[in-house]
Design a protein around this ligand. Structure first.
Ligand SMILES: Nc1nc2c(c(=O)[nH]1)N[C@H]1C(S)=C(S)[C@@H](COP(=O)(O)O)O[C@H]1N2
Ligand SMILES: [Mo]
Length: 315
């Protein structure tokens, strides 16, 4: 279900949320009538390495209000409702991403040109926060590999480092005496993880331009890892030889590893990771608690990358 986004027209004008929801119910009834399934257009995107079904799921999509109203984005405050309430002054246009380091062809990408040059796809992914809650989110975006291929990584490049913008004038969580984290927020992936077809740069949700609280204008999405790997509002990407620092790992290395693969068998030192609370499906009477799956349910696609590793040590 590739949604091509033409240049210079915000996606919000093409697929507003209500149209998106309507389109989904049409697709559902089409499927019920025995029409071609969603897997066909996904396979046509040429992503043979992952199955069509890992790019989507039949699980109920988390309500829009939760996806855009229950967020972690400490640059805008520590409470889950802070990012939606306090990101109104953040201006994600114009925006560039600088890509440098161990590459043949270092480049600065303008976000709108980048979006216009990519096939924007929809990926419905299960997302698992390290705090043991989860959502199912319909992302719009493109594979990170498409961007990395353009800069041509050198053979010495082994890791990819990411940085979030620092803008205290627009980000209230970066002002004031108490600073919960050192800025900029940083994250990193091993190069094979970064090139994996499941790894995307997201520029939208529900067919809309990415809301500020979700990491406008562009954020990382790695569905088999804990949510904190999904760095928001990216301004810089650097290819490196050494494992780069990642914010939570540096802040509390005994609690948050560099890999942060979802793993029900490796507890966080202060809580179990065996189960999760699915946001928005608890109904009137409370929480929907379910078992957490190895690699967040993406083991068939990603387990090979960690075959030789002790996941208790490299958590
Ligand atoms: N720059 C930045 N990126 C961030 C965070 C943050 O505080 N700052 N929080 C992370 C955490 S802990 C999670 S769970 C996800 C949440 O993404 P969502 O709000 O779009 O669901 O963003 C991640 N990316
Ligand atoms: Mo998280």
């Amino acid at each position: 279900m590739a949604v091509y986004r033409p240049p210079h027209i915000p996606s919000s004008e093409i697929t507003p949320k209500d149209v998106w929801l309507n389109r989904r119910s049409i697709l559902k009834s089409a499927a019920a009538l025995g029409a071609t399934t969603l897997a066909a257009p996904l396979a046509a995107c040429g992503q043979e390495a992952a199955t069509g079904t890992s790019f989507t799921t039949d699980e109920p999509i988390t309500p829009y209000q939760d996806v855009t109203g229950y967020n972690n984005f400490y640059e805008f405050g520590l409470q889950k409702t802070d990012p939606a309430r306090h990101s109104g002054d953040f201006n994600p246009r114009p925006w560039t991403i600088e890509v440098d380091g161990l590459v043949n062809n270092p480049r600065t990408f303008d976000i709108d040109e980048l979006i216009a040059s990519q096939m924007i796809e929809e990926r419905i992914y299960r997302m698992r926060c390290v705090e043991a809650w989860s959502m199912v989110i319909p992302w719009n975006g493109f594979p990170l590999s498409a961007l990395l291929n353009q800069v041509e990584p050198l053979s010495s490049a082994k890791y990819v480092a990411f940085e979030t913008v620092v803008r205290p004038e627009e980000m209230p969580g970066q002002r004031g005496f108490f600073q919960p984290l050192p800025w900029p927020y940083r994250e990193g992936l091993r190069l094979d993880e970064a090139m994996h077809p499941l790894t995307i740069l997201s520029t939208g949700v529900f067919g809309e331009t990415l809301p500020n609280q979700n990491g406008a204008p562009v954020r990382l999405v790695v569905p088999w890892k804990y949510g904190f790997k999904g760095i928001k509002s990216i301004v810089k990407i650097t290819l490196t030889e050494q494992e780069p620092p990642s914010t939570w790992n540096v802040s509390a290395p005994s609690e948050y590893g560099f890999y942060a693969n979802v793993n029900p068998d490796v507890p966080h030192p202060r809580w179990s990771q065996a189960t999760e609370r699915r946001i928005g499906t608890g109904g009137f009477f409370g929480a929907d608690r379910r078992e957490t799956l190895m690699f967040n349910g993406y083991a068939d696609e990603v387990a090979d990358m960690y075959a030789d590793m002790d996941l208790t040590r490299y958590f």
